[in-house]
Design a protein around this ligand. Structure first.
Ligand code: PBG
Length: 322
């Protein structure tokens, strides 16, 4: 039976009908909003490469977090701009580091907003790489202990979830072991399991001042051409104890999100990264695209591909529009 009996347009005739049969929904409670925390007080400085996003001192981050919570957004993920950098990224795991302070301030200011922390050394190291460097190479195993210390310091400060983004082998196991040994067995790990070496991180590296000072990240982040390798990375992270697995970036990797969703039984997150955001903002500022429609369509496509959770700089705008 087909046309004229079959007329798919019948179910598109009104918004009521369309909403009734809609297969995919996006709600603010599925979204996580990134915050960039910097030293100082009363600081709220717009990030040129991420219009509408700000460098925030701890007090301002707490204020911003309250607004995010009032918009119904699930949580924030924190990135830090330390006062000083060194070869071992030591401010990243300092008790009174900028992220640790922000976690405490946000937890005190908010009722139940989820506080997630990005666990990675690149914002804290003088060379800008995601691990310890020796002989011009990022050393995998010596990095693991530092990542575990960082995750424990975040969780001790009150982070609800820790999110390693460094792509060292074995880091989920090392972090799980560190958390458990510190009496933090209930802190979940959201692992950036399939994180690609992507040009879409450009605006973030300007925002976080985390561009590598030599070389690039292709020795640890994934080759954009690979999807079967993503399944391997996800399998290993799940075996090591990841509670949620993430694919990053999102839009150029929708096929990877779908493949991960089908291959594993953990919740799947996707990171709609800085370059994806900046392109929309730039085109919208010129009047070339309708920002609200583009953002809704983008987030819907990421959910349709299989993401349960989306990390996105559009979260506040989206929540206001929905
Ligand atoms: C840290 C980290 C990066 C991003 C999240 N965590 C940058 C990178 O790997 O270079 C990118 C986020 C974005 O582009 O929005 N390793």
């Amino acid at each position: 039976m087909s046309f004229p009996a079959e007329r798919p347009r019948r179910l598109r005739r009104s918004e009521r009908l369309r909403a009734l049969v809609r297969e995919t929904r996006v709600t603010p409670e599925q979204l996580i909003y990134p915050l960039f925390v910097a030293p100082g007080e009363g600081l709220r400085r717009e990030i040129p490469s991420l219009p509408g996003c700000f460098h925030l001192s701890v007090d301002q981050a707490a204020k911003e977090a309250r607004e995010v919570e009032s918009l119904g957004i699930a949580g924030v993920i924190l990135f830090g701009l330390p006062a000083g950098k060194d070869a071992a990224g030591s401010e990243g795991y300092a008790e009174d580091g900028v992220v640790q302070k922000a976690v405490r301030a946000i937890r005190a200011a908010c009722r139940d907003l989820l506080v997630i922390t990005d666990v990675c050394l690149c914002e804290y190291t003088s060379h800008g790489h995601c691990g310890v460097v020796a002989d011009s190479e990022v050393q995998n195993d010596p990095t693991l202990e530092l990542l575990a210390r960082m995750a424990v310091s975040h969780a001790r400060a009150g982070a609800h979830v820790v999110a390693p983004s460094d792509m060292m082998d074995g880091r989920v196991a090392a972090i799980r072991k560190g958390l458990d040994a510190a009496g933090l067995a209930d802190t979940p790990i959201l692992s950036y399991a399939a994180k690609y070496a992507s040009a879409f991180y450009g605006p973030f590296r300007e925002a976080a001042d985390s561009a590598p000072q030599f070389g690039d990240r292709r020795g640890y982040q994934m080759d954009p051409a690979n999807v079967r390798e993503a399944l391997r990375e996800v399998r290993l992270d799940v075996e090591e104890g990841a509670d949620i697995v993430m694919v990053k970036p999102a839009l150029p990797y929708l096929d990877v999100i779908r493949a991960v969703k089908e291959a594993c039984d953990r919740p799947v997150a996707a990171y709609n990264v800085s370059g994806e955001y900046a392109m929309v903002k730039a085109a919208a500022a010129r009047g070339w695209v309708d920002e609200e429609r583009i953002v809704k369509e983008t987030l819907t496509s990421i959910r349709r591909a299989g993401a349960d959770v989306i990390l996105t700089y559009h979260a506040k705008d989206f929540a206001r529009w929905s």
